[in-house]
Design a protein around this ligand. Sequence first.
Ligand code: SAH
Length: 565
Amino acid sequence: MKNDIVTLEITDVTPEGYGIGRLDGKVYFVADTVTGDICSCLVLKELKSHSFAKLIEIIKPSEHRITPNCTVCRQCGGCAYRHISYEYELELKRNTVKQAFARIAKLDIAVNPTVSDNPEHYRNKVQYPFAQNNGYATFGYYAKRSHRIVEHKSCPLQDKIFSDIAAYTAELADRLSLPAYDEESGKGVIRHAVMRKNRKNQILLCLVVAKKHRNLSLLAEALTAKFPAIIGVHINVNTRRDNVIFGDETYRLLGSETLTDMLCGKTFEISPRAFYQVNAVMAEKLYSHAASLAKRDCESAVILDLYCGAGTIGICVAGKEDKLCGVEIIDAAIENARTNALLNQRNEKNTLFVCGDASVGVEECRKKFGKPNIIIVDPPRKGLDKTVIETVVKASPERIVYISCDPATLARDCAVFAESGYFASEATPFDLFPRTGHVETVVCLSKEGEIHTMKLDRSPFEKIKSGQKTIELRLLDEKRRSIKEGDVIIFTDNSNGERLKATVKKLHRFESFEQLYKSLPLLKCGYTAEELGSAHHSDMEKYYSAEEQKKHGVIGIELFPPKRT
Ligand code: SAH
């Protein structure tokens, strides 16, 4: 009941940073707690399915708990995991992805450990909201689920120069009678300061204002005089009364038109309005992984990069001989992409960047280059529209590389792709946003294309041949690491060399045969009671040692009825 004090043991953490505790059949969400904490909490709100409680006292702290290195992280909405050790955060992120696939997609996909680097001061971009406080302009981050500004002097997610520039902007705003915008009254000028920094530490500043004002030039000049790192100042005019940051009009007030940065050895020009990954070190790892997944069966491929932003992924992934088509909704980003193709010596004949909705991508690509072999998609959090999935599937590419910033919509979309025969065998989380609850995930979907071979003794071969429901148990060694639902297996009868082909219907992964025997309903999967009567998981040790099982893991492969080869 509300206002009760309860003692909870925290058993998990949500991506929003709430610890989860269970008591008497009820689920409690408690901010600032972590798995393993035993704590006393005050019940704040009771809902039907769960309740919210506030941490009052930690009775026994978790081994994953650390002291946050930020004084305002409790109030600020930025870092859900600042009180949690980084190693455990990576585990939590891997788990978020695992749970999304299991619960939403009901697909059995191996989730690799979270790839990481660079957990502090990694952000190359900030978007500070401004507000008036007692007659003075201030800046900061919004508090959780509110538009109240939490002020700060520095932030461990990014370089201190960003907050120094914002602080000086606030000081100048006061001196130049450029008050911060007030959401309630709609009065005032400065709404946001958006800054982006490249690896050479050059900064492009875009001030979002409610209206144009002649003193903005003076502000820009004073800022660049004090901070030579600022190579350009742009103004974006946003007259709307909602909470979208940017308005429609952007113009350059002073200095450079774009910011130039390097990723994977390529050069990219980025406008203030174009999307650019906020963590360059990790973006390189992500793009390299995407490139390794986008392997093709031919010398020169047709690559379609949907949601391409400034063209970064496509330009990093495509070889000189490949045809590259990128599609993106923001005009300024497509202009950047076209320039970036030239900057990186891409042949114009092999390159096309189109401004439009992702759903027109396949058709635009087909008109110029023919059917795409490889399609890369990198949509915003809401994932792919049904029409985009339909056009992608219809194009029948060899591979679809899906880069996602939301595991839930990724899992939802993978389930739709699976209905059309596209499956992924593994997913890799990338920690592009350390200390926050966000995680990026990459999967590669392909059709039943991959073919595996397996030898069988006479009796299991006969069983598969007769089309009985059956399941093959194997070690998940290097040879079979890529096996996935929808793959084809060619079985050979050891005694006479006869061959038949069957398709993997479902794949069950376990850490050992002991666990497999315990967890899989083998009776339902095709084993008879008679066979199971005397069977014991230790029998499998004759074929695969306990060490091998531990090293690789094991699989149960359910099969669709076979075809003769
Ligand atoms: N692949 C790029 C950008 C990814 S972010 C990179 O790695 O840098 C997602 C991009 O999708 C943004 O640039 C956004 O402007 C674009 N976008 C959003 N909705 C879209 C739509 N309906 N059609 C095409 N692009 C869209």
